[in-house]
Each structure stands twice: as structure tokens, then as C-alpha cells.
Design a protein around this ligand. Structure first.
Ligand code: SAH
Length: 229
């Protein structure tokens, strides 16, 4: 009887202790990896402190979830390094009430970070199984303002356009024209551009009327932007 009680106590105490551990690791991740490298936007930092990154990686990677690197999420895909997620979030200048499109749902982590700040996130994933897993994960975590679709994100999501911002998390050889069209006047897009399996440039596109101002921000390495057959 005593042992049973003890096991019961441990049963609720252990997850609680682990959770506190993850909160501590997450706060350290934001401070040492993201703020230290210059990300300042308070909404972005608050979102990164809140989203449980360990819930977005496979069980065998959980203990590495707050490390300063991308992690494998299966199907040859990765969840981006925390700093890159922070940088890409801050640079689109996310605001409450905005509508954002993400291409490359992957684990759903970047979508969740955005959803903590903006009004609605539409996200497209080309790998069916990843799209399904992310949908279930985001639902279980209580996100009601994220819609996931399985499709080739090249075409964007016309029904819900125009978007205040577009975040592309797979490396394209050029900027897909439909995505440029689906940006609002004054909208911003962040996208890694370059050859697959090489270093690419993270590019910011700012739309004003029908003109697009493009600037290179930093070298990055993303998985390739695939096309459906
Ligand atoms: N944002 C993700 C990480 C993405 S990795 C996260 O936070 O976890 C890049 C993802 O883009 C992969 O899951 C890959 O399958 C997907 N992808 C590649 N090409 C795509 C396309 N054309 N349309 C939609 N998703 C694509």
C-alpha cells in the first residue's frame, strides 16, 4: 500500500519536475541563443519562451530539444535551429490580428510560435504524414488559430490571401511567383533562396504596391523546397 502511494506520488511529481526542467532550458535557450544574437522583439521572445519545443520533436530527441541546432523530425526533414526560428519570426514584424502563411509546416513549431502572436496562421506541408502529425500535435496543444493543409506550397493558399507575411522554411531556387502575389501591400516575406544541399541566403522581400524590395540577410542551410509531381 505504501509503495503504491509512493508510485502514485511519483506519477504526478515526475512530469511536473520534467516540465520545470524544460521551462528552465527554454528560458536559457531564449537568453543565450536568441537574445544574445540580437533578436529583440518582445512578442517574439515571449512566444519562444512559451511554446514547448520538446513537444515538437520525436521522443528520442526530446532531451536535445533546446540545443543550439536543428533536429531531425523524420522523413528526411528537420525542425530549424531555435535562433533561426526567432530571427525569421522577428523579421516579418508579426502583430496581433495579422494573417500569416507558412510554407513547410514540418513539426508545426514555427507555426505555433507565430500563432502565439498573430491572429491566424495558415501552414502548408508537402509530406502527408508530417502534415497529419503536425495537425494532431497542434490540436492537442490547444492551438485553435492554425490551419494545416497538405499540398505543394509553391501555389500558396489563394482563398485566404492576401497575407500580412509569408514565412518559407524550405530552400527554393527562386522565389515562387504565387507567393509574391499573395502578399499584402506592405507585406513581408522571409525565404531561404539557393541551391539545395548548399548554403543558401535568407532573403527578405518587402512588397509596396507592385514593387518588391529584396535584401539578403544571412547564409543558412535549409532542406530543399520540393515540388509535387
Ligand atoms: N517549419 C518547420 C521546419 C520545416 S523543415 C518546423 O518548424 O518544424 C521544411 C519542411 O518543408 C519539411 O517538412 C518539408 O517537407 C516541407 N516542404 C518542402 N517543400 C515543400 C513545398 N513545396 N510545400 C510545402 N512544404 C514543403
Amino acid at each position: 500500500m505504501r509503495t503504491a502511494n509512493w508510485i502514485l506520488t511519483l506519477g504526478w511529481l515526475l512530469p511536473l519536475l520534467l516540465m520545470q526542467d524544460y521551462t528552465k532550458l527554454r528560458n536559457e535557450m531564449v537568453k543565450d541563443q536568441i537574445e544574445a544574437r540580437g533578436v529583440k522583439d518582445s512578442a517574439t521572445l515571449a512566444a519562444l519562451r512559451k511554446v514547448p519545443r520538446h513537444s515538437f520533436v520525436p521522443a528520442d530527441q526530446m532531451s536535445s530539444a533546446y540545443e543550439d541546432r536543428p533536429l531531425s523530425i523524420g522523413y528526411g526533414q528537420t525542425i530549424s535551429q531555435p535562433y533561426i526560428v526567432g530571427y525569421m519570426t522577428e523579421i516579418i514584424k508579426p502583430k496581433a490580428g495579422q494573417k500569416v502563411l507558412e510554407i513547410g509546416t514540418g513539426s508545426g513549431y514555427q507555426a505555433a510560435v507565430l500563432a502565439e502572436i498573430v491572429g491566424k496562421v495558415y501552414t502548408i506541408e508537402i509530406v502527408n504524414e508530417l502534415g497529419k502529425q503536425a495537425t494532431t500535435r497542434l490540436k492537442n496543444l490547444g492551438y485553435k488559430n492554425i490551419e494545416v493543409k497538405t499540398a505543394d506550397g509553391y501555389h500558396g493558399w489563394k482563398e485566404h490571401s492576401p497575407f500580412d507575411a509569408i514565412v518559407v522554411t524550405a530552400a527554393a531556387e527562386f522565389i515562387p511567383a504565387p507567393l509574391k502575389e499573395q502578399l499584402k501591400d506592405g507585406g513581408r516575406m522571409i525565404i531561404p533562396v539557393g541551391s539545395p544541399y548548399m548554403t543558401q541566403q535568407l532573403m527578405l522581400i518587402e512588397k509596396t504596391g507592385n514593387t518588391y524590395r529584396t535584401s539578403s540577410k544571412m547564409p543558412v542551410r535549409f532542406v530543399p523546397f520540393k515540388r509535387s509531381q
